[in-house]
Design a protein around this ligand. Structure first.
Ligand code: FES
Ligand code: FES
Length: 1007
């Protein structure tokens, strides 16, 4: 049918099918700023303005738009500089989003800007609460909403003609600690909170701070670009909704793929007949396990050799979870592909369903992996449904227990949860003109995709090219070679381009998730609070396949059980045990999710430590700090375990945990509130109780002797540089911090460094974005490449200056400083980098100035953090309201406080869901309970507590700029801190997260 409507004030007449959504129609017309995140009107990524009101275009029929006026992000503003053409430039909202660091992956940004524009059009002076309400329909999984809200408030002020504070180094930078040492005794740079902040109405969710507090180390003083809140290098394109993501790509004759998923949790395919589906007009191919080669592999995107069993096939004659693959279809349209799925006849032979990992290990349990091609790794044992087993004893654990005055034992549980990135998994594949297979994918691991899929597809690595465009969030979910093979097999079968994108339901049923685990903790303690031995036993549910099975659960112990080593002689020789069974069940496979096993471990460790401290009458923070590992000590697990590699001793060089605890305490008002019976009561509301909780955590930075990143830098005629990296910015801002490091070394501005990431044909190898490694590993490669380039520039610049040496003074290359786009001699003479580039490319002894370098670290320096939570519990309903979260972090030198604090705020918000509401459940047949973003709740803008981030810098000596990781550690401590705060508030001791009202109510009413 033909409809008429106006899009961005331009009249259009378009053909739409009766069931076509407005989202699909707009994207078909090239308005790629309208994003797909779900099909059910819950994520808000598809927001457009219809007659100036926000609507979710995914649940609005295109036909309903007849006669209406639509506005998309493409009409809001433009890049201010477009050659000779004058443009109105960016809209103040877009500018504010760029300047405020309100963008991470940017996938929700167009929708947020449109919703904010509508708000400001009717309310030019909104309160923060009103801004949060206006943004509440748009889910953001990256930012924690703090900076987007602040951006809207700044834009509102600008539109009213009011001045806004510049986002520059200022009062948020504070004198730091020096060389990573902690000063004697407690110090506090924060004044105690005023009396008014001891009342809940003043600690509610409306106090945003754009920039974190940063306690800087002296080594960063001379830096020009590192340590500065530079706007993201990709921000301007993302606020305009430019076609930057995988799905924003058009190709003639592209087919749409769909997958038939299993309705059974465990079954053999007795018979499969696709003949009726193949006859459907518009169907180009249907593939079953009988049609493609049977190649066993692992879907975990990891370096070679994969540290886990090979137990997966693109298609198999057996299904192992509800949602497992049965057949692939490629058709001319999505509707035809969907129809074809219903025409595939499958006869299943059901097998016993195993959902309890303890049951699955019994000798009588049926075997999930009985395929002869199975390739064992380490201690995997498919006969007993064991994907991996870990046994680590450090020191003499039994002796440590014997030395203890008290033994504390308890059990803890953590659930399966979802990454829930707003951009679904999406891939496009096609043959290029050289008959090479191009895979354009939203992946965190393009080089692993190429290497791991080559045998699966029957192609040599050299005939595959993987392009990673902008990623709309990943959080580990895209560290999986999850759907690229589907499209690739169909391109091979049809010869045509194929597009495959998960629906939100597929994200919940067929993508990866966080491993659910059961813990038994046993800790020996002396009466003075010295830990003499600490043991953790884990039962981890990997689901149907063993992707990341060994490494995720190994990290649970490696990071969470490394923090508390004991004190005195026990500190010198800690007694630590970590045993884990990682078991196959008929749940959907677990995998990588931000934190990589560590948030699970800290739930058990930090809930346990809190209870020990309380039972012994010790101050919970002092007890923790007394036993926590310190700078200069051996990482206790470094000689016991590595990720499938040989462990090697590693000393912790920097640790500001004690100072983090002091700063966090001051920021949350610990000394005024903790143990204050009066503060715990809410005046006039006898059903409410307040409480404070704390958790200390450590993570890692990359995988030692394994993770490697490469970088190449090329100088252009105008003194700008192309920085090519294989690293993948999945919204973390890594492209920006890598450019800052290059700009620092080269003495140029950030806009002089043009970053491209990543493409296996053009960018150097990088193992990808995981293990919190990009700033450290890929950044190390960038600095080395930049130093090579800087050396060439200095050499040539010295030669240019020495052609006519003034007063006979010659300069040596090493005398030159690269600063402000010049090579500057001590006597004040200078040549610009543009002059150097011209000289090199066109005039004299011509050469291309460029550098290529790699970085691999022999260590994994841990970041440390103290996480605090303040809650209010309704003791009548069990409702827990988190009022404030504070995180004080030692992540080494902070390259960009805007992007780094965005990581902390977003990570804390995801972890908040882990604390109080997120959980994936299954019925007895293994069918999922949560299949959309209505049933699986993630925090919205108006539900957020106050967030505060504090960086306590140390200078990590193994990195040229002293950095450590920041991306994952915010996930680790929120849930136990909230659990401890609930215990503090009302005595409810909840050992299984999330802490739902039902659990609290049951505990409080148990007697
Ligand atoms: S894509 Fe429309 S609400 Fe999610
Ligand atoms: S920046 Fe909001 S979803 Fe990523």
């Amino acid at each position: 049918m033909e409809i008429q409507l106006s899009i961005n004030q331009i009249p259009h007449t378009i053909d739409v099918s009766p069931g076509e959504s407005l989202l699909k129609a707009l994207r078909r017309l090239g308005y790629f700023g309208v994003k797909h995140g779900c099909e059910t009107g819950e994520c808000g990524a598809c927001t457009v303005l219809l007659d100036s009101r926000p609507v979710n275009s995914c649940v609005y029929l295109a036909a309903q738009a007849e006669g209406h006026s639509i506005q998309t992000i493409e009409s809001v503003g433009q890049h201010p500089e477009q050659g000779w053409k004058e443009t109105p430039g960016l809209h103040p909202l877009q500018k504010a989003f760029v300047e405020s660091g309100a963008i991470q992956c940017g996938y929700c940004t167009p929708a947020m800007i449109l919703a904010a524009q509508e708000l400001l059009s009717r309310n030019p002076n909104p309160s923060e609460v009103e801004v949060r309400q206006a943004l509440s329909g748009i889910l953001c999984r990256c930012t924690g909403y703090l900076k987007p809200v602040q951006a809207v408030l700044r834009a509102a002020a600008a539109l009213r003609g009011e001045a806004t504070e510049p986002i520059e180094p200022g009062s948020w930078l504070l004198p730091g600690l020096g060389q990573g040492t902690v000063p004697e005794g407690p110090t506090s740079y924060f004044p105690a909170p005023p009396e008014s902040e001891l009342h809940p109405e003043n600690t509610a969710a409306v106090a945003t701070r754009l920039l974190p507090k940063v306690f800087v180390v002296p080594q960063t003083q001379p830096y020009q670009r590192v340590g500065k809140p530079e706007p993201r290098v990709d921000a301007v394109k993302l606020v305009q909704g430019k076609p930057a993501y995988t799905a924003d790509f058009e190709r003639r004759d592209m087919l749409v793929a769909k997958v038939l998923h299993s309705p059974h949790a465990h079954a053999r395919l007795k018979r499969i007949d696709a003949s009726r589906a193949r006859l459907l007009p518009g169907v180009a191919a249907v593939l079953t396990w009988q049609d493609i080669p049977r190649v066993v592999y692992s879907t975990a995107g990891q370096s070679d050799p994969i540290p886990g069993p090979l137990d997966s096939f693109s298609l198999d004659n057996k299904v192992r979870f509800v949602g497992d693959r049965v057949a692939f279809v490629a058709a001319e349209t999505e509707e035809i592909a969907q129809q074809a799925l219903g025409l595939i006849d499958v006869e299943y032979d059901p097998l016993p369903v195993l959902l309890d990992p303890a049951q699955a290990m019994l000798p009588s349990a049926s075997q999930l992996h009985d395929e002869p091609e199975y390739v064992n790794f380490a201690d995997s044992d498919p006969n007993h449904n064991l994907a991996a087993r870990i046994h680590i004893d450090i020191g003499d654990v039994e002796r440590g227990f014997a030395d203890a005055d008290f033994i504390f034992e308890d059990d803890y549980d953590v659930p399966k949860v979802q990454q829930a990135h707003i951009e679904p998994h999406v891939v496009i594949t096609y043959w290029d003109e050289d008959d090479r297979l191009v895979i354009r994918s939203s992946t965190q691991v393009p080089f692993h995709v190429r290497r791991q899929l080559a045998p699966v597809l029957g192609l040599p690595v050299k005939r595959i090219r993987v392009i990673k465009p902008r990623i709309g969030g990943g959080f580990g979910g895209k560290q999986e070679v999850l759907i690229e093979d589907v499209a690739a097999h169909l391109t091979i079968a049809t010869g045509r381009p194929v597009y495959y994108e998960y629906s939100r339901e597929e994200e919940f049923t067929a993508a990866r998730s966080r491993h659910p685990m059961r813990f038994h903790m046993k800790t020996g303690v002396k009466s003075d609070g010295t830990i003499t031995a600490n043991a953790m036993q884990v039962l981890s549910d990997t689901g149907a396949y063993g992707c990341h099975a060994l490494t995720v659960t190994g990290n649970t112990g490696h990071k969470a059980m490394a923090l508390y080593v004991g004190d005195g002689t026990y500190r010198k020789s800690p007694n630590i045990r970590f045993y884990a069974d990682i078991v196959y069940t008929n749940h959907p496979p677990a995998g990588a999710y931000r934190g990589y096993g560590v948030p699970q471990g800290y739930w058990a460790v930090e809930r346990h430590m809190e209870k020990i401290a309380r039972k012994l009458g010790l101050d919970p923070l002092e007890f923790r700090l007394k036993n926590a590992v310190r700078a200069g000590e051996l990482h206790p697990f470094s000689t016991a375990w590595s990720e499938g590699r040989e462990p090697r001793p590693e000393t912790i060089e920097t640790c500001a945990l004690e100072e983090c605890a002091h700063q966090g305490k001051a920021a949350i008002g610990w000394d005024q509130k903790f143990g204050n019976a009066q503060w715990k009561q809410v005046p006039g509301q006898s059903h409410l109780r307040r409480g404070l909780g704390v958790a200390l955590v450590m993570q890692g930075t990359a995988i030692p002797y394994l993770d490697m990143g490469g970088a190449s830098l090329k100088m252009n005629d105008d003194g700008s540089f192309n920085l090519l990296v294989g690293a993948t910015d999945l919204g973390t801002g890594s492209d920006t911090v890598l450019a800052q490091m290059a700009a620092e070394v080269l003495g140029v501005h950030l806009e002089d460094v043009i970053v491209y990431s990543s493409d296996t044909d053009f960018t150097p190898f990088d193992k990808g974005a995981y293990a919190s490694s990009t700033t450290y590993v890929s950044g190390g490669a960038v600095v080395r490449a930049a130093r090579q380039v800087a050396e060439r520039i200095r050499t040539r610049a010295a030669r240019m200056l020495n052609v006519h040496p003034e007063a006979g003074v010659r300069v040596d290359p090493e005398d030159l400083r690269l600063v402000d786009r010049q090579a500057l001699a001590p006597d004040g003479r200078a040549v610009t980098l543009a002059e150097v580039a011209h000289n090199a490319l066109h005039h004299e002894d011509q050469e291309q100035i460029m550098g290529v370098a790699s970085f691999m670290s022999p260590v994994s320096p841990p970041p440390f953090a103290a996480q605090f939570a303040e809650v209010t519990v309704d003791v009548e309903t069990g409702q827990v309201t988190v009022d404030k979260l504070v995180m004080a972090v030692d992540s080494g030198v902070i390259v960009n406080p805007l992007t780094a604090s965005g990581q902390v705020e977003g990570g804390m918000t995801q972890a908040l869901g882990y604390a109080v509401c997120e959980e994936m459940g299954y019925d007895k047949l293994g069918r999922p309970r949560e299949c959309d973003l209505r049933d699986y709740h993630i925090f919205q803008a108006h539900e957020m507590p106050e967030l505060q981030t504090i960086f306590v810098e140390t200078f990590e000596p193994s990195h040229p700029f002293g950095v450590k990781a920041v991306a994952e550690i915010p996930m680790d401590g929120v849930a136990p801190a909230v659990g401890n705060a609930v215990l503090d508030a009302c005595g409810a001791d909840i050992n299984a997260n999330p802490i739902t009202p039902e659990k609290v109510w049951k505990v409080l009413n148990a007697s």
